[in-house]
Design a protein around this ligand. Sequence first.
Ligand code: GRG
Length: 293
Amino acid sequence: MKLPDFYEADRAAIEAALERLLPSENTQPPSIHRSMRYSVSAGGKRIRPVLCMEAARMFTQNVEAAIHAGCALEFIHTYSLIHDDLPALDNDDLRRGKPTNHKVFGEAIAILAGDALLTLAFQTLAGAPVEPARRARLIAEVAAAAGTVNGMVGGQVADLEAEGKPLNAATLEYIHRSKTAALIRGSIVAGAIAGGAADEDVERLRRFGDNIGWAFQVVDDLLDVEESSAALGKTAGKDQAQKKATYPALYGIEKSRAIAADLEAKAIAELTPYGERAARLRQICEFLVARRS
Ligand code: GRG
């Protein structure tokens, strides 16, 4: 589906900033910098940084700090994909339409590239051009989103431990809200903080982010069933093969679609007080739920 023009413009600003922030390929030791650049530049949708920028734009014209935060979030997201693809986790060969990082650089460098991207994320946040108190809040929010307490790593652990076991709704909800929604919610909250939002707005956007991030993973589950590996740029049909905890597995396709639509509606309802100011965030929601990859 065609992305709105503003999305492409945000994405171009993010690509340029990622390029500036990553050490060049010939910086010593070159192997790790090649490996980091390979996965970051393999062509993701850049959803997290675009959400971060657009959340900030609701409160300010100056989105420089949000671009820093967005790049940090994209570094963390990319680290999670590299590690998730490793033989010890999902053991996958294809990501973003290319061979996975460990297939190209070997497992040791792939592990270290993930570690290095996580570290670079916090270095990037520490350099965000925003007053120190907000910078500290950005660091805390992003760390929590990526961490173990209702965050990405906690969700990933629950996901691994649920494999092959009988499904239940509460565990499935915890996995999706932690593994995936936490970083999406964190991107939106970071954007609001970087943009100077009042506390009440930060909390409203947190609820928005939780619901749209959760919907995003329900849609991801549906795409794994409905789309081909070529369309997704990653191996399709793996969830069922690995007996993963997914919405289609527990509720079936139709009900899962209805759940995603309901979560999208709940997310969009949080934007009501902002009227036209939130038009772009609404458009991104539509794209996230209707996407085919
Ligand atoms: C710490 C050893 C270790 C591993 C970490 C935390 C983790 C492994 C993995 C994160 C879990 C994960 C991969 C969740 C899936 C989230 C998801 C739907 C990813 C795909 O996001 P898109 O569609 O991808 O935004 P692109 O490629 O477009 O950026």
